[in-house]
Structure formats: structure tokens, C-alpha cells
Design a protein around this ligand. Structure first.
Ligand code: AHG
Ligand code: MN
Ligand code: MN
Length: 341
């Protein structure tokens, strides 16, 4: 029988491989998975329990906050602040950093999170997710400071997401490859289901909100036209898959190959997605899986954010698909590339 590896067992094995590890990640990920199990249960009950529908207020992004957003935010915040491993957190749902209550000790890490990604899909039973990014504390403030959260992507020590889909999965990287765990509800454990995930170099899916086509920069319009007509996918061009939950669209492209695009446009001059808790963690994961992530000019991982909720254009996925997009964005001659294929 194939050995069944729980999340905890995986981290203990990793700890043995890296003697300098002090078990912080084992504790942190055990708490993250605990919170994810509770949110997963609430997501699966959403149709039954009274948590569907708008909570009547808007968050710092000016978006309607649905009750599950608040619940997920509270569950992850309460689970993580008492651990003694974090000095602060930041969340899409909170304008400022979240402090660790005085009665709890602080630690040497911070965590940035999007507690509920894909909120517009909450009450239509479409996959949604949670995204998190873990960094080392850099300030001398004993109980953390905003600058601990606002760091470039390459400073991340770990990143991951939970996908509340047909099954609940937790996918993470700590720089030694990408691992996926699937929740086995009958025993309430996340079990290793995907070890060392590699994104295919090319893919047949492209994910972009085609409804904004008239607002795209011309280079994006030309690129999308190209991949639809491209003969290099067995003559059919790429297939469009976009469900409006970044985690779900990203996860499909990670496993099957493809590219996700959320460009800046006349409606959102900085793009829509947030650097710290959407772009940076997924960029870390896709690079660790052999893919690429860019804002159209610079690798996402190399960008130094200035604000907690800073937005950024995001293009990420299979390395060769991102390269072709970059050729369009840099107005390079595509014909010569196609002749090389
Ligand atoms: P969130 O629910 O955390 O605000 O994230 C929603 C994001 C992302 O999940 C998705 O890819 C994107 O919004 C969809 O935006 P559009 O509806 O503008 O396409
Ligand atoms: Mn989101
Ligand atoms: Mn969100």
C-alpha cells in the first residue's frame, strides 16, 4: 500500500532533512491546516448555514464583503495569532496590519493573507480559496511593524493556498519544490497527493476576463488574438478557462499548463490583484514549479511593494507561454519565434 503521508508527517520528514529547522514551519502549517479545515467545513455548509450573502459592509478595496470573507478572516487570524511564531499579520480584509494580542508572545515571522479569494463565487457554489505568504520579521519593533509585511516576493520563506473545490487542497512551497495535500474528510487529515509539482512548459489554457477586452492595452489584444489562432497547439489554438477565482484558475494551469492574465487597463490602471497576498505567493509557487510570473516588465518576485494593499498587473503560468506574452508586450517580432517552433 502506498505510504500515507499526512501534512504533519511531511513537515517532520522535511525537518529531519534540514537539521537547522526548529520546527516552526511544522507548527505554523499545522495551525494553517487546522484553520483551513474549519473554513472548508463552513464553505461546504454555506448553502445550508446562514452565512450566504452580503455582510452589509465593504472592505478596504471598496468591495462588498460577504459573510464567508469575514468568517475566514477571523478563523485564520484567531488560529495564527496565538502561536507565538508571528509578530503580525496582514489581510485583504483589514486596512492595517493585525497585531498579536498582548497576552500572546510574538515570533520572528509575519503572514500576509487573502482569507477568501474569489468572493464573487461564494454563493454560486464555485471553487474559492485562501492565499498566504510567510516572511521573516525585519523590523526591530518588538510587536511588529507594517514594514515587516511589505517586502519583495524573493524574501518569502514560504507561500501557499487552500482551494475549496470538489476536494479541499492545500498547496505550498518553502523553496524546496511545490507540494499538494488533499483533505480526507473521513479522517480530517490533509494527505500528500502531489509531490514536487512541475508546471508544463506550455499549456492549452489561457485565463483572462474577456469582458474587459475593450480596455486592454493593444499588446494584450494582439497576444490573445495570436493564441486563439496559433497553429502551434495542434491547430486549435488555446482554450479559454476563467472562473473568476484566482486560486482555482491558477491551480488548473499549474497542473495542466497554461497562462493567467490580469492586465492593468483603463478601469484598473495598477491592475486589480494585490501584490502581497495574491501575486507574490503565487509567483513563488509557480517559479518553484518551473513557471514564470511577471507584471509585464519585471519578475513579480523582484518587485519591492510600497503599500500594504498595493495592486499590480499579473501574468503567470507556463514558462514558454509567459515568454511569448512578453515578446508581444515588448513588441518583439513573433514571426521569427514561430518559425523556430
Ligand atoms: P477576492 O475575492 O479576494 O477579491 O479576489 C477576486 C479576484 C481573483 O480571485 C479573481 O481572479 C479576480 O478577482 C476576478 O476579477 P474580475 O471579476 O474582475 O475578472
Ligand atoms: Mn483574492
Ligand atoms: Mn479575498
Amino acid at each position: 500500500m502506498k505510504s500515507i503521508i499526512s501534512l504533519e508527517r511531511h513537515f517532520l520528514d522535511q525537518q529531519r532533512r534540514y537539521p537547522e529547522a526548529r520546527g516552526d514551519f511544522t507548527k505554523l502549517f499545522s495551525e494553517l491546516s487546522f484553520a483551513a479545515k474549519i473554513v472548508s467545513r463552513e464553505v461546504n455548509r454555506a448553502g445550508l448555514a446562514d452565512i450566504i450573502g452580503r455582510a452589509g459592509r465593504t472592505n478596504i478595496q471598496g468591495e462588498d464583503v460577504q459573510k464567508l470573507d469575514i468568517l475566514a478572516n477571523n478563523i485564520f487570524t484567531q488560529s495564527l495569532t496565538h502561536l507565538g511564531l508571528l509578530c503580525a499579520l496582514s489581510s485583504e480584509e483589514d486596512p492595517n496590519i493585525i497585531r498579536v494580542p498582548d497576552e500572546y508572545p510574538t515570533g520572528n515571522y509575519v503572514l500576509n493573507m487573502d482569507p477568501l479569494d474569489g468572493s464573487s463565487n461564494i454563493d454560486v457554489n464555485v471553487s474559492i480559496g485562501t492565499i498566504f505568504s510567510i516572511l521573516r520579521k525585519v523590523s526591530y519593533a518588538p510587536r511588529g511593524d507594517e514594514i515587516d509585511c511589505i517586502q519583495p516576493g524573493y524574501k518569502q520563506v514560504a507561500a501557499g493556498y487552500v482551494l475549496y473545490g470538489s476536494s479541499t487542497m492545500l498547496v505550498y512551497t518553502s523553496g524546496q519544490g511545490v507540494f499538494g495535500f488533499t483533505l480526507e474528510p473521513s479522517i480530517g487529515e490533509f494527505l500528500l497527493s502531489h509531490s514536487q509539482i512541475r508546471i508544463p512548459k506550455t499549456g492549452k489554457y489561457y485565463s483572462i476576463n474577456e469582458g474587459y477586452q475593450n480596455k486592454w492595452p493593444e499588446s494584450i489584444r494582439n497576444y490573445i488574438q495570436h493564441i486563439k489562432l496559433s497553429k502551434n497547439k495542434g491547430g486549435r489554438g488555446m482554450s479559454h478557462r476563467y472562473i473568476g477565482s484566482l486560486v482555482a484558475d491558477f491551480h488548473r494551469n499549474l497542473l495542466k499548463g497554461g497562462i493567467f492574465l490580469y492586465p492593468a487597463d483603463s478601469k484598473a490602471p495598477e491592475g486589480k490583484l494585490r501584490y502581497l497576498y495574491e501575486a507574490a505567493p503565487l509567483a513563488f509557487i509557480v517559479e518553484q514549479a518551473g513557471g514564470k510570473a511577471t507584471d509585464g516588465k519585471t519578475d513579480i518576485m523582484k518587485i519591492s511593494p510600497k503599500r500594504l494593499h498595493q495592486r499590480i498587473p499579473l501574468f503567470l503560468g507556463s514558462a514558454e507561454e509567459v515568454d511569448i506574452l512578453m515578446d508581444f508586450m515588448n513588441n518583439k517580432d513573433i514571426k521569427s519565434r514561430e518559425q523556430q517552433q
